[in-house]
Design a protein around this ligand. Sequence first.
Ligand code: SF4
Ligand code: SF4
Length: 253
Amino acid sequence: MDEQVAVRPHPGPAADPVSENPPVAREKLEEIFEDIRNHPLYDMELHGCLNCGICTATCPSAHYYDYSPREIVQLLWTENLEGIYDAMQEKIWACAQCYTCAARCPFENSPGGLVMIMREVAIKHGMQSAKDVLRPFSRVLLKVISTGNQLAPNMITRDAFPDWGPNVSKVSAPLDVLRKAIPVPTMHTTDTAWIVNLRTSVELYTIWEETGVLQQIEMVDENLFDVIRDVMDEKREQYEEWLLEQEEDEHEA
Ligand code: SF4
Ligand code: SF4
């Protein structure tokens, strides 16, 4: 009698039978999981999982969304590549990054930290979910990168904050005069929350370049990346000119 040999079929592309999305190649799923597992923080955030659900019971996002930190941790712990990919399409963006789960897990896992790793990898791979979630933050990102801070006093207008109720009358106060009353000279402006030193901006650009932040921006929004590049080039030129002027002043002195 011939020996029966069980041949496991090649897994092929992963596909949800009811999904309209095209299937994802196994190699791609493995590549994504490798990037998650090789993240420097991964081993610190995941030590095992009892599937006890304490994290989900204390998770604020789990109360309002179709989201469960227990499910995310289980997908990673069991190396469920298709499930991980599916969670990266939507669920991981529901986490509020409050880290209540990390404080409660008996295994000292950090589901919130694992979600952060998955988000980074989603950005690295240019996943559509990352682009969709981050696009509304383009304006904020541009403001931070071009001015060094996020909010400016002149952004606070009656139209922008109609829900302030009676307090909105304070918005009509002469902000430029009030700001000048602050003893810190770098806050004597209404265009930005404070004036960021040119050298500090240029140093921050180098940090963002070296740490891959700019690469991530390019991956999720190429137009925004181009605008930011122009801002950075201009500031760098200004800084070079300022350095030259300093040198000339020293020679003349
Ligand atoms: S991550 Fe921790 S709290 Fe959540 S199910 Fe696993 S062991 Fe329980
Ligand atoms: S960090 Fe995320 S997963 Fe953890 S409790 Fe907060 S919202 Fe839930």
